[in-house]
Design a protein. Structure first.
Length: 147
């Protein structure tokens, strides 16, 4: 399991719903932003991944909402690898206020897509570790019997 990675985002007025709190779909956008920041912190930029002919894909995401966010609120969006096997990597993303109060929890499953064959890579952990400049930031332990 990786050391928690987090990025701070400030909510914007145009992201609110009619109740005056952050629209539910925007949580997924924040999570996507944090996942890309997580990859880039390890040196896995879109260019690096593109040159390798691969791209991350989100296969599943579930959200548990815990507290509302309003315009101008700051939220820390975390990202940590928490499991998965074979072609799948499981991530947990905690959204918290700057003082640590839980806002939401997102459970996600990602994989790596081979951009030429349009198939999922069989061992995404090894591929990401090999391409990353700082692979330890990812917390991608090899599966038993691999690597």
């Amino acid at each position: 399991m990786s050391t928690p990675f987090s990025v701070r985002i400030q909510t914007r007025a145009y992201e609110l719903d009619r109740q005056g709190h952050l629209n539910q779909a925007v949580y997924l956008q924040y999570a996507e932003h944090a996942r890309w920041q997580f990859l880039q912190a390890a040196g896995l930029t879109p260019d690096v991944l593109g040159e390798a002919g691969i791209g991350p894909v989100l296969l599943k995401a579930g959200i548990r909402f815990q507290r509302e966010l309003r315009a101008g609120d700051d939220v820390d969006v975390g990202c940590a690898v928490t499991g998965g096997q074979g072609r799948l990597i499981e991530l947990t993303q905690h959204l918290r206020t700057p003082d640590g109060l839980p806002v939401a929890r997102i459970e996600a499953v990602i994989a790596l897509l081979d951009l030429s064959t349009r198939r999922l890579l069989p061992d995404p952990r090894t591929t990401l570790r090999e391409l990353a400049k700082q692979p330890d930031l990812l917390g991608l332990d090899p599966e038993p019997g691999h690597g």
